[in-house]
Design a protein around this ligand. Structure first.
Ligand SMILES: [Fe+2]
Length: 245
């Protein structure tokens, strides 16, 4: 049996009618969800941060409303650097580990409000490790906002999770084959990396993209995108990125 996970990220919602870097992020998110949910109804949705742009509280209910007009699937959200963690909590966005058959998706909060760089403090790190230690699930997927590897763009790489190998090694030591891979956002482009045979997958934004290997900030030409993951009952992860037609 397979479990179908829809990964969306970096929606950057702004008040309706406004644009961000030329993108109508409301319409783009609606179009992404319409296309994705017409392909397959997901078993779960994971949204890895920068859900709104500026973290104003009234945008989070709008995000949930858009999502819920296309799918009732269980949802896991985490904040990105453009989010406000407290506003997400107040809006009731689900941020607890998400169970899916023999799988659990664990979120690591790498954000600090209004700071682009990743920050994972000792409390968050310890909480994540405790979750992995105590899980009854057979397999786990880690979800973060910031990337866990360099992607060749210095202006993005400077903000990645620092010393990600330490965290990944700790998880692998602790969870062994239970730790099957990771997904992340922030990079607004496709990333397909590996660490010790586990996939590390970055997913395009539902709003607008950054060009791969750009040496400074730039907005790319590609359409909004999203990623499908199929999680097998044998621990296998298959995934593909889709772009908006
Ligand atoms: Fe973003």
């Amino acid at each position: 049996m397979q479990h179908t996970l829809l990964h969306i990220t970096d929606c950057h919602l702004v008040p309706q009618g406004e644009r961000l870097l030329g993108a109508d992020t409301h319409s783009n998110l609606q179009a992404v969800l319409q296309q994705a949910c017409a392909e397959v109804q997901p078993d779960a949705v994971v949204a890895t941060g920068d859900l709104v742009h500026g973290g104003t509280s009234e945008l989070y209910p709008q995000l949930q409303h858009i999502l819920r007009s296309f799918t009732d699937a269980p949802l896991l959200c985490m904040p990105g650097n453009h989010d406000c963690g407290e506003a997400m909590v107040q809006a009731g966005l689900p941020m607890e580990p998400l169970a899916l058959g023999p799988w659990t998706v664990f979120a690591l909060d790498s954000h600090e409000d209004d700071q682009p760089a990743a920050k994972v403090d000792d409390v968050e790190r310890a909480a994540l490790l405790t979750c992995w230690q105590s899980t009854k699930s057979e397999y786990g997927l880690l979800a973060t906002h910031h990337p866990l590897l360099p992607i060749g763009s210095p202006w993005l790489d400077k903000d990645r999770i620092s010393a990600p190998e330490d965290l990944l090694n700790e998880l692998i030591d602790l969870a062994g084959p239970k730790f099957c891979g990771a997904i992340f956002g922030h990079v607004h482009q496709v990333v397909h990396g590996h660490y010790r045979r586990r996939p590390l997958l970055g997913t395009p934004s539902t709003g607008f993209q950054f060009p791969p290997r750009s040496q400074q900030f730039a907005v790319g030409e590609r359409t909004p995108g999203y990623r499908w993951l199929t999680l097998g009952d044998n621990g296998q992860i298959n995934s593909r990125v889709q772009w908006l037609h």
